[in-house]
Design a protein around this ligand. Structure first.
Ligand SMILES: [Zn+2]
Ligand SMILES: [Zn+2]
Length: 306
């Protein structure tokens, strides 16, 4: 079966004949680097270029990336932060408490707003790489926040698709109109976690606020709390089902300017790193997904979480 991803235009081949059982995806996260070499452990603070922000007890810290890909000069301005979300070297986000997740979301929202307030910044991307397969060079749990003076092509394209949908459907938002069917993994009062009908990643989930909000800035305290819980739970389901698999989390929030409030709907994406992009994907821009969304959702739903 071939589907075309509505948001990206990419073709996805659902190769269910190649369907694998979850255990055959086995690709656990690597062993942690020893604590004494970890720049994200509080006692090794001298290994990092300073602290931008820290909560009480240093539970969550924002530090400048030691190897930023962005300059701080006036022409190509950008910021590249690391947000260390736990003091514990081995602790993973999937085991954080509700309170920690709430605090984490508050800190992300705060830093997001701070970076956006710089006139030179056009777009802020928040993401998490967990595990080597997901691109994390440090095993200690952390996020990255990049503030760019350009709007990336992917975001520009997404905005165009959502804007067109909005005007072609009598001013209805694409995400607000979405029906989830059998693809829901979990929901609470404010959010739903589900597998997109045209998703290109096996077991890949999106998390959507039920209220139409276009940016992280508009999250209420209640929504921050609820988002933290559903994000933690969704990741917990994934790493339980796929035995500690590496994953990425990406938060998509409307760019600062451009009047995107009506058609852009904030969402988060969880990407399990089951297979690598290889020649086929690079050359064609097409993807192969061996798990149907309904089947993936069912398996994730059935995982018992504490
Ligand atoms: Zn550490
Ligand atoms: Zn919406």
């Amino acid at each position: 079966m071939i589907k075309r991803c509505y948001l990206t235009g990419e073709f996805v081949f659902y190769a269910t004949a190649r369907a694998k059982r979850p255990h055959s995806f086995h690709k656990p996260q690597e062993k942690s680097v020893p604590k004494q070499y970890c720049p994200f452990c509080v006692e090794n603070v001298a290994m990092t270029p300073g602290v931008i922000y820290a909560t009480e007890n240093d539970e969550i810290r924002i530090i400048p990336n030691k190897y930023p890909f962005l300059d701080k000069d006036e022409i190509d301005f950008g910021v590249h932060d690391v947000l260390v979300d736990t003091k514990e070297h081995e602790e993973r986000m999937s085991d954080f408490s509700d309170e920690r997740m709430y605090k984490l979301m508050q800190v992300i929202k705060m830093r997001f707003a701070e970076l956006e307030s710089d006139k030179r910044i056009k777009y802020v991307q928040v993401f998490k790489n967990q595990g080597r397969e997901a691109g994390a060079s440090q095993s200690h749990s952390h996020w990255q926040i990049t503030a760019l003076n350009v709007v990336p092509l992917k975001m520009e394209h997404l905005i165009g698709v959502l804007r067109n949908y909005y005007y072609e459907h009598n001013r209805k938002c694409y995400f607000c109109s979405m029906e989830f069917g059998e693809r829901v993994v979990e929901e609470n009062d404010h959010f739903v976690s589900y597998l997109p009908a045209d998703g290109k990643f096996a077991y890949g989930m999106d998390i959507l606020p039920k209220r139409h909000i276009s940016t992280l800035d508009d999250f209420t305290e209640e929504e921050l709390k609820a988002f933290g819980v559903i994000l933690r739970n969704s990741v917990k389901r994934l790493v339980t089902l796929l035995d500690g698999i590496s994953y990425n989390v990406c938060l998509y929030s409307a760019p600062i300017s451009g009047d995107n409030e009506e058609h852009f709907h904030f969402y988060a994406q969880i990407i399990p790193r089951i297979g690598h992009m290889a020649g086929f994907e690079f050359s064609t821009g097409c993807y192969i997904n061996s798990v149907l969304p309904e089947e993936g959702a069912k398996a994730l739903r059935q995982v018992e979480i504490p």
